[in-house]
Design a binder for this molecule. Structure first.
Ligand code: ADP
Ligand code: MG
Length: 316
């Protein structure tokens, strides 16, 4: 774009809370044919609340650490953990994590009056969950991949996980000392204007997609709420794989705008034809992006594209 066009577009953008990083992107935005939305914090508010705590029953569940009762003289069986005990261990393990999922678990536990302790060891596993030592016990909180990576079988919790995910919740496994002990779930709210933004983009003939580290079932439940085709959902994408996923989408002649808010979206924003950071996004995301939407409103994605069109029309 000419310096004059850049000026007009930038000013129009700024008035609408849409910041373009220079004339090039102002020109490119109108050519986008695909918009890829991150889920958490972008199409949803990202404000998680703890909704469910399930303690598993039966001999495969982890135990409360009480005296082992010998069964038949050979196999030791112990009583499974109660819901409060599962939640207390999970929340103590999550105390050092800044992830919104973790914060909701900690707040939920505190609201229930549980006494949390600080973990003796703590490890964050990006895109999977946390591993911690709490009161001498090894606690894992996260997705199936986290447990499988630690050789813990998530199967005993499969039914509960599926049930919660079908409700659109993010269900997390809690394992204690090498066995799955329960499930906790957080729920997030879809932003008010997400469905309108998706519809407006589709009306303009754009393909709208959803990409998330969250699992398939939860991702599809959210996609359905906002009007994204289930075939356009890329779920279970690890943070380091988000950029590859966007490159894959663009491997034909597609020109994609990636819209995201988080640190883990930054590489994907950087490889997209247009990278757009939304609202309260992290500094890292804003730095990697070509466009920053000052408000938290997905409808501003439509505005960004329209401003690009309008600006370039005017100077022709
Ligand atoms: P998103 O792409 O939706 O922003 P992430 O890539 O941060 O999500 O995480 C992907 C998945 O990994 C989450 O849906 C959750 O199952 C699991 N996870 C990540 N961090 C945590 C955590 N601190 N506690 C529990 N589970 C976690
Ligand atoms: Mg996000």
């Amino acid at each position: 774009a000419t310096p004059a066009a850049t000026m007009v577009g930038s000013t129009l953008g700024a008035q609408n809370g849409v910041l373009f990083k220079g004339g090039d992107v102002l020109e490119r935005a109108k050519d986008v044919d695909t918009v890829v939305f991150d889920k958490t914090g972008t199409l949803t508010t990202g404000e998680m609340t703890l909704t469910d705590v399930v303690a598993l029953e039966g001999d495969r569940a982890a135990t409360d650490g009480g005296d082992p009762v010998t069964d038949g003289g050979a196999v030791a069986t112990r009583a499974p953990l109660e819901g409060d005990a599962v939640l207390r261990l999970a929340a103590s393990a999550e105390r050092n994590s800044e992830h919104p999922l973790a914060q909701a678990i900690v707040e939920g536990a505190e609201e229930r009056g549980l006494d949390l302790t600080s973990p003796d060891e703590f490890e964050n596993v990006p895109g999977q969950g946390v591993r911690a030592i709490v009161e001498g016990r090894e606690v894992l909180v996260g997705n199936r991949r986290l447990l499988e990576g630690a050789d813990v079988d998530p199967a005993p919790a499969a039914d509960e996980m599926e049930r919660l995910e079908r409700e659109g919740k993010t269900a997390m496994l809690v394992a204690v000392d090498g066995a799955v002990a329960g499930v906790v779930a957080d729920a997030d709210t879809v932003k008010e204007s997400s469905a309108d933004a998706v519809a407006a983009l589709q009306d303009r003939g754009l393909d709208v997609m959803l990409i998330t580290g969250d699992n398939e079932r939860t991702a599809r439940a959210v996609a359905e709420q906002v009007g994204i085709d289930p075939n356009n959902v890329r779920a279970g994408v690890l943070p380091e794989d988000k950029a590859d996923a966007v490159e894959d989408i663009q491997s034909g002649s597609r020109k994609a705008m990636m819209v995201g808010d988080g640190v883990n979206d930054a590489p994907a924003l950087a490889v997209a034809y247009v990278g757009t950071a939304i609202g309260s996004g992290t500094d890292v995301a804003i730095e990697a992006a070509d466009v920053t939407l000052m408000r938290d409103d997905p409808l501003d994605v439509v505005k960004a594209i329209r401003i690009s069109e309008a600006t370039l029309d005017k100077i022709k």
